[in-house]
Design a protein around this ligand. Structure first.
Ligand code: NAG
Ligand code: NAG
Length: 668
C-alpha cells in the first residue's frame, strides 16, 4: 500500500498548504504528457490511436513547435526554465557541461516552472524521467523542488525498460520487480489523478515516460563499457508492426549526399543491412510507444469520469525529435535537421480549436510562460525567461508578452555526431557545434546554420522541405538576405528575455514596425545590415564559452564612425553582448553562493569504481526477462507488492556512471 499511503499523506497536508496560497477557483488543470526522443516528422504519432482520438481530433496540432537544443537534458532544462541553453548553460547530457548536479550547482532548480506554478496556486505532480544524472545516490541531494508529489526515474536505470527504478518524494529508491517501466508510470500517474478527484485547487501533472528512447546495457565483456540498443516494448506489444518501415522520403539515405557541413559531407550511404536495422529500430520505437498510448487513453477516461475534461488543458510533447537514416545519419538526434528539432505539440482544452492544424511558430522555452498565462500567474514568470506566450486560445492571443513571431535559434555544442545503438565512432566524424536560425512565416521558411568550422548552410524549406540543397553559395541568394539572417542570428546567439522574443527590436530599437524578416528586408536597411559582424567561432569547443563565440560588439566598429550619419545606431547597441554577459554572471552568483558550490561538490562527488564493480553494483537490481514483462498494466496493489528497496550498497556507492560510458556516448 506504499503508493496509496503516500498519496493520502500528501492530501492530508495539501489542504493546509493550499489554504494560504492564491485562491484558485476558475483556474484550469494542466496535464502535460512529455515523451523522450519522439519524432514529429517520421510519423510516430500516426501509430497512437488514443493520442489521435483524444488529442489530435479534439485539439490543435502545432506543427511548427521546436526544441532549440536537440538533446534531452539541455532541452528539458530549457523548458523548465523558459530559457535558451546559452542562458542555462546546461549544454550537455552529463557532467561537466550538463546533468542534475550542474543544474543544482547553478541554482537553476531554485527558480523554475514548478515553483512558479506553485505560487500561482497549483498542486504539482511529476512522474517519470526528470533529467540525466538524477541517480540512486543523489535522489535527495537535493530533492527536486516544487512538487507536492513526485515519483521520478533514477539513474543508472532510467534507460532500462524492464528494470523500473524510482525515487518517490525524495525517498530512498525502489524498484518494481518484473514490471515494465512505462506501465509503472501509467499506474502511478492514474493513481495520482484519482487521488486528487475531490480536490478543488488546480493541478499541474507532468508525466514523462522514457519511451521511445533507446535502452542502455552494461556489457559483460568487449571493448565498450556500455552499449545502447533500440527500445523494448511491453510483451503485449512485441508482435506489432511487423511490416512497417521508416517512410522513404527524399532525405532518407540519399544516393548523393546533399548535406555539406562537418560530419555530414563524410557520411557514406547506409548499406542495406544497416537500413534493415534502422527499420527494425523504427518498429521498436512504435511498439514502445503503445504503452504510452494506452496510458493516454486511461488518463482521458479518468479525467472524463471526474468531469474535469472541460477544465483541463492536456498538452502532449517530447524533449527532442529523432532521425533514422536521414541524410545518411545513423539513429540519433542532436543535429539541426527538422527530424531532430521539430517536436510534437498537441494541445487540447478550453478555448483551443478542435481538430485543427496550426502553423503558429513556438519553441520549448515558450511553454513555461504559456502555462503560467493559462494558470493566471503571469506575475510569477521572472524577467530572465526568454520565451513568450503561444496564442493557443483567443485570450492568449492578446497576451502582452507574445512568443517570437517567426524566428528562433537552435544551438548545439559537441565534438561529434552522436550515433545510437551502434558504434560508428570509428567512421567519419566531425564537430557538432553550430548555431542555426529558423524563420518560418507565410512568406519564408528558411534554415540558416553557421558551424564552428566556419561552414555555412542555407536551406529554403518552402521549395526544398527535405533540406537537399544548400543554397548558401548559390547565385539566387542575395547578400542582403544573408546579412539579415546572420545579424538576427547574432542577436539570438546572445539574447536573453525580451531580445529573444523580438530580436529585430535590438537591431531597430526605434522602429516598432520591424518585427519580421520581410520588414527588415526593406532596401533602406541594406547598409545597416552590411555593417554587422558575421558570426564566427574562435575554435570548435564542445561547450559554451562566451569568449569563444560572443563578439564584443555586433557592429563592425571601424565603419561605425564613418557611417554614423546614415542611420540611427541604438545608443547601447555595441555593448549589448557584454551587458548580457554581465547579467548572466550576476544571476548565477545570486542563486549559488560560492561556499554552497564547494560544499555540494564534496558531498556528491561520484566515486570512481572499476568496471567489474560498476557491473556488479548495476546487477544488484535484477533485470526483468524481456519476453515476460508487460503482459498487462499492473494495478496499484500489484505495484505495491512488487516494490523492493534498491540495495543500500548501490545507493551508498555514488558510482561515477559517466566514466562508464553513460550519457555522452549516445547523447541520451
Ligand atoms: C558554461 O559552463 C562551462 C562548464 O561546463 C564553463 O566552462 C563555461 O565557462 C560556462 N559558460 C558561460 C558562458 O558561463
Ligand atoms: C548523383 O550525382 C551524380 C553526379 O553529380 C548525378 O549524375 C546523379 O544523377 C545523382 N543521382 C541522384 C539520384 O540524384
Amino acid at each position: 500500500m506504499i503508493l496509496t499511503r503516500a498519496l493520502l499523506a500528501f492530501f492530508a497536508t495539501a489542504v493546509t498548504v493550499t489554504a494560504v496560497v492564491v485562491p484558485s477557483v476558475e483556474k484550469p488543470n494542466i496535464l502535460f504528457i512529455f515523451t523522450d526522443d519522439q519524432d514529429a516528422r517520421i510519423d510516430s504519432l500516426s501509430y497512437m490511436p488514443n493520442v489521435k482520438k483524444h488529442l489530435i481530433d479534439q485539439g490543435t496540432v502545432y506543427r511548427n513547435h521546436y526544441a532549440t537544443v536537440a538533446v534531452c537534458c539541455p532541452s528539458r532544462v530549457s523548458l523548465l526554465r523558459g530559457q535558451y541553453a546559452h542562458n542555462t548553460n546546461i549544454t550537455d547530457v552529463s557532467p561537466p557541461h550538463g546533468g542534475y548536479e550542474k543544474f543544482n550547482r547553478l541554482g537553476l532548480g531554485e527558480n523554475y516552472l514548478p515553483l512558479w506554478l506553485k505560487k500561482a496556486g497549483y498542486s504539482n505532480y511529476y512522474i517519470g524521467k526528470l533529467m540525466n544524472e538524477y541517480t540512486v545516490s543523489n535522489y535527495n541531494n537535493p530533492k527536486p523542488a516544487g512538487f507536492d508529489y513526485q515519483d521520478q526515474l533514477v539513474d543508472p536505470f532510467t534507460y532500462t525498460y524492464n528494470t523500473a527504478v524510482f525515487s518517490r518524494n525524495g525517498d530512498p529508491p525502489v524498484y518494481y520487480h518484473n514490471t515494465y517501466q512505462t506501465d509503472v508510470i501509467h499506474t502511478k500517474t492514474l493513481a495520482a489523478l484519482k487521488a486528487q478527484r475531490d480536490k478543488s485547487d488546480p493541478f499541474f501533472l507532468w508525466v514523462a515516460p522514457m519511451a521511445p528512447h533507446g535502452q542502455f546495457k552494461l556489457s559483460e565483456k568487449g571493448h565498450e563499457d556500455i552499449f545502447s540498443e533500440p527500445p523494448i516494448s511491453a510483451a503485449r506489444h512485441a508482435h506489432l508492426f511487423k511490416d512497417v518501415k521508416i517512410p522513404r522520403r527524399p532525405n532518407f539515405n540519399p544516393a548523393n549526399q546533399t548535406k555539406t557541413a562537418s560530419y555530414w559531407k563524410l557520411l557514406d550511404q547506409l548499406t542495406e543491412a544497416e537500413v534493415d536495422e534502422l527499420d527494425e529500430t523504427y518498429r521498436s520505437r512504435l511498439r514502445a510507444l503503445q504503452a504510452v498510448d494506452e496510458m493516454v487513453g486511461s488518463l482521458f477516461e479518468e479525467l472524463e469520469a471526474q468531469g474535469k475534461l472541460d477544465n483541463t488543458y492536456i498538452i502532449y510533447s517530447a524533449d527532442n525529435g529523432y532521425h533514422l537514416g536521414h541524410h545518411r545519419a545513423y539513429a540519433g538526434k542532436t543535429t539541426n535537421i527538422e527530424e531532430d528539432i521539430n517536436v510534437p505539440l498537441i494541445v487540447r482544452g478550453p478555448g483551443v480549436v478542435k481538430g485543427h492544424i496550426s502553423d503558429v511558430v513556438s519553441a520549448h522555452h515558450d511553454l513555461a510562460p504559456t502555462l503560467l498565462a493559462l494558470a493566471k500567474g503571469d506575475e510569477f514568470v521572472p524577467d530572465f525567461v526568454d520565451g513568450g506566450v503561444i496564442p493557443w486560445t483567443e485570450g492568449l492571443k492578446r497576451h502582452p508578452k507574445p512568443a517570437s513571431v517567426e524566428t528562433f535559434a537552435v544551438e548545439f555544442w559537441w565534438e561529434q555526431l552522436f550515433n545510437e545503438y551502434k558504434s560508428r565512432l570509428s567512421g567519419p566524424t566531425g564537430t557538432n557545434t553550430y548555431k542555426t536560425l529558423r524563420v518560418i512565416s507565410e512568406k519564408h521558411n528558411l534554415k540558416y546554420a553557421v558551424w564552428c568550422t566556419g561552414e555555412h548552410e542555407l536551406f529554403d524549406l518552402k521549395k526544398d522541405p527535405y533540406e537537399l540543397q544548400n543554397i548558401y553559395n548559390s547565385e539566387e541568394v542575395k547578400i542582403q538576405l544573408l546579412d539579415r539572417l546572420d545579424a538576427v542570428l547574432s542577436v539570438l546567439q546572445t539574447c536573453s528575455g525580451a531580445s529573444c522574443r523580438n530580436p529585430w527590436h535590438v537591431i531597430h530599437p526605434d522602429n516598432e514596425n520591424i518585427r519580421t524578416l520581410s520588414d527588415a528586408l526593406d532596401k533602406k536597411y541594406d547598409v545597416l545590415y552590411r555593417r554587422f559582424r558575421k558570426i564566427s567561432f574562435k575554435e570548435c569547443l564542445a561547450y559554451f564559452s562566451a569568449t569563444n563565440e560572443e563578439p564584443n560588439d555586433l557592429l563592425l566598429t571601424e565603419s561605425l564612425e564613418q557611417n554614423q550619419q546614415l542611420f540611427t545606431v541604438p545608443p547601447n547597441y555595441p555593448h549589448f553582448a557584454q551587458q548580457k554577459q554581465a547579467s548572466l554572471v550576476q544571476q548565477r552568483s545570486e542563486s549559488c553562493p560560492h561556499q554552497l558550490i564547494t560544499e555540494e561538490k564534496e558531498n556528491t562527488q561520484p566515486i570512481r569504481v572499476s568496471r567489474a564493480d560498476a557491473l556488479r553494483l548495476f546487477s544488484l537490481v535484477p533485470q526483468g526477462v524481456e519476453s515476460d514483462i508487460g503482459h498487462s498494466v499492473p494495478t496499484e496493489k500489484e505495484l505495491d507488492e512488487r516494490a523492493r528497496p534498491v540495495p543500500q550498497e548501490l545507493v551508498d556507492a555514488h558510482v561515477d556512471w559517466v566514466n562508464h560510458g553513460f550519457y555522452s556516448k549516445f547523447g541520451n
